[in-house]
Design a protein around this ligand. Structure first.
Ligand code: NAD
Ligand code: MG
Length: 312
């Protein structure tokens, strides 16, 4: 049985923080001031300070993905972990891809999924490798007994102060993981996805407002929006919907593993209209909506979850 009765958490103001309770979004989570910190890429949630909310306790499932089978890349930490936890609490079995170094984070997410009464399939491996982009899909299909949700969420973001300082290796790796890997994994998944399936790609608000120190990363995120809108048209007649989610500043290990300059971390997310960084679990309802049949007429859309940062 799916656990849909998890208790809601309380925040510092004594307010309930599960996603279905009426509450003030300004104070749902505190405006964090993370201490300056650094982890080597890809970074771990278990070492992040302050900790994040990935919905372990706070996400409340309502059975919207009962019996579904999902593959999520970058699912050990941050947004991908929050999506994996929410999908499981909504009734889906979930295959999690991540890098082998991230095993400690993956084990945490696996335990939450199993506590929710769902299956968690762990598929560590590097999506920079072309062959693995097919292997990850085949393993997920075999272990889950099929596939009807694909979340392309893995990504790398590494600051470079100038174009001259952007190494060719970083340029190629950023594009290979963030957009070429997305093409490859999606292509491998297509033969398995029945009508009714959903593909959801993680893009970013930087697709519209590229920070000058993230030229390579922001370019891939703009490409993801474009890929999403084109593929959505191509797959619509097959009954497969393709959409994207564009997060604003969300507190995750990506930020402390050279995703931001270290000295910028204490103010992370404070310039949004809500005045605070987002927590990973605040992204989950957007992915659940796009995965579930209730969004049957939503195709080629990018849902912006950005704390009010203006988007086109
Ligand atoms: P995260 O570090 O928790 O997740 C990124 C994941 O990418 C890692 O956990 C890792 O498993 C995976 N990854 C990295 N290199 C890989 C490789 N070579 N092979 C396989 N997997 C690899 O950080 P996050 O912020 O949750 O990032 C998730 C997605 O959200 C990314 O696509 C990121 O660009 C996007 N995003 C994040 C923010 C934010 O503010 N955190 C904002 C906009 C978009
Ligand atoms: Mg991770």
């Amino acid at each position: 049985m799916t656990d849909t009765s998890n208790e809601a958490q309380q925040n510092a103001n004594g307010e309930t923080t599960d996603q279905l309770t009426f509450q003030n979004p300004v104070t749902r989570y505190p405006a964090i001031e993370p201490p300056e910190q650094h982890q080597s890429e890809p970074g771990l949630d278990v070492e992040l300070e302050p900790k994040t909310d990935r919905g372990e306790e706070s996400y409340r499932g309502t059975g919207r993905l009962e019996g579904r089978k999902a593959l999520i890349t970058g699912a050990d930490s941050g947004i991908g972990a929050a999506v994996a936890i929410a999908f499981a609490k909504e009734g889906a079995d979930v295959a999690l891809n991540y890098l082998p170094d991230e095993e400690p984070d993956a084990q945490v997410v696996k335990a939450v999924i199993e506590k929710a009464g769902r299956k968690a399939v762990l598929i560590p491996g590097d999506l920079l490798e072309k062959a693995f982009c097919e292997t990850v899909v085949e393993n997920a299909v075999n272990e889950l007994g099929g596939l009807d949700i694909l979340v392309n969420n893995a990504g790398r973001q590494i600051v470079a102060e100038s174009l001259e300082e952007l190494s060719d290796e970083q340029l190629v790796d950023t594009f290979t993981l963030n957009i070429i890997g997305m093409f490859r994994v999606t292509k491998a998944a297509l033969k398995h996805l029945p009508a009714g399936s959903s593909i959801i790609n993680t893009t970013s608000v930087v697709a519209y407002e590229p920070p000058p120190i993230l030229l390579d990363y922001a370019s891939t995120k703009a490409a993801i929006n474009n890929f999403t809108k084109g593929l959505a048209q191509q797959l619509a007649p097959k009954g497969i919907r393709v959409n994207a989610v564009a997060p604003g500043p969300i507190w995750t290990p990506l930020q402390v593993s050279d995703g931001q300059p270290t000295e910028a971390l204490p103010e992370f997310g404070q310039s949004t209209p809500l005045g605070r960084a987002g927590q990973p679990t605040e992204l989950a309802p957007a992915y659940v909506f796009l995965a579930s049949p209730e969004s049957s007429y939503v195709l080629g859309e990018t849902l912006n979850v950005s704390g009010g940062m203006p988007t086109p």
